[in-house]
Design a binder for this molecule. Structure first.
Ligand SMILES: [Mn+2]
Length: 297
């Protein structure tokens, strides 16, 4: 080992030193999955996890609202999962297998996308552990197509796969096809449309959302649920979205009333010269962890 070598913060979530990021002792595990295989408009979500980790190294780890540092509990970062070489079916199977192991080890997982398709196999693993699981999705898109471009693993079908496993509550939705609209009455989902909530603070609607969920909740945050004014760096931006305080207010309410068992943050598509989106994603994850792991004194 070199001596007198002034090292920059480690390349992990939060830029945390070994004592705060050891896998064995950390209850929280950040899991980078740079999946970028079925993207249909602009690709590049494979660079999302790295951009989030990089932004997170420049983030204050003290939370000004909870007046504490959730990184004290321990946040480990796994290596990126291999997602380019194997077949898409094999990648999805690998995600399912690893998620199952993490669930068994009682780790709180934050999967970093990558495209939204990864949610299906992760939810499948957690649904096996929690039989009453429901999924809370924040997204611009319903993602309820039976298949898209003949692909059942498409990002545009991810919530259709999810509602085949367990019920969902979808928040911030403002884009769906006629096929999806017609299928809605038959699907196990409840939608809170963006047009009904976007102008309103979370205090007016978050309780209603949370009341639709079971005791054990998986959270999937598609970053395009945010308005592009706040987060432009995504492959399929839609106007009319949610803001920072609405999304974090929803998670705060959720953390107070339910047990969140795992989550993912997907669809970041980093843009050269635009790093506010990367930073929002990093801080959103840290804020969620603060709400979930720290009790307000
Ligand atoms: Mn979306």
């Amino acid at each position: 080992m070199l001596t007198g070598y002034p090292a920059a913060p480690p390349i992990n979530f939060g830029g945390l030193p070994p004592e705060q990021s050891d896998y064995k002792t950390s209850p929280i595990v950040i899991w980078p999955i740079p999946l970028d295989r079925t993207t249909t408009y602009i690709s590049g979500t494979r660079y999302g996890p790295r951009a989030i980790l990089e932004a997170s190294r420049n983030m204050e780890t003290f939370d000004d609202e909870l007046w504490a540092e959730v990184c004290d509990r321990g946040i480990a970062t796994l290596p990126e999962l291999e997602t380019q070489e194997s077949s898409l079916e094999q990648v999805m199977a690998n995600i399912r297998t690893v998620a199952g192991q993490l669930a068994t080890e009682d780790k709180f997982v934050v999967a970093l996308g990558g495209e939204h398709s990864l949610t299906g196999p992760v939810v499948s693993a957690y649904a096996k552990k929690y039989s009453d699981l429901t999924v809370l999705q924040v997204d611009a898109h319903a993602d309820l197509r039976e298949a898209y471009q003949q692909n059942r693993h498409s990002h545009a079908s991810v919530m259709r796969r999810v509602v085949e496993i367990c019920p969902a509550v979808q928040v911030g939705i403002r884009s769906l096809s006629k096929e999806e609209a017609l299928a809605l009455p038959q699907l196990k989902t409840k939608i809170f449309w963006a047009k009904d909530i976007a102008g309103h603070p979370a205090e007016e609607w978050a309780e209603q959302v949370v009341d639709e969920l079971s005791d054990h909740v998986y959270v999937t945050l598609d970053l395009d649920g945010f308005d592009p004014a706040y987060l432009p760096a995504t492959g399929t931006p839609e106007p009319g979205g949610l803001d920072w305080y609405q999304v974090t207010g929803l998670i705060r309410t959720l953390a107070r009333k339910k047990k969140v068992v795992a989550m993912d943050v997907v669809e970041l598509l980093p843009q050269p010269g635009e790093h506010a989106s990367d930073f929002l994603a990093a801080k959103l994850i840290y804020k969620c962890l603060s709400y979930l792991f720290l009790k307000k004194s």
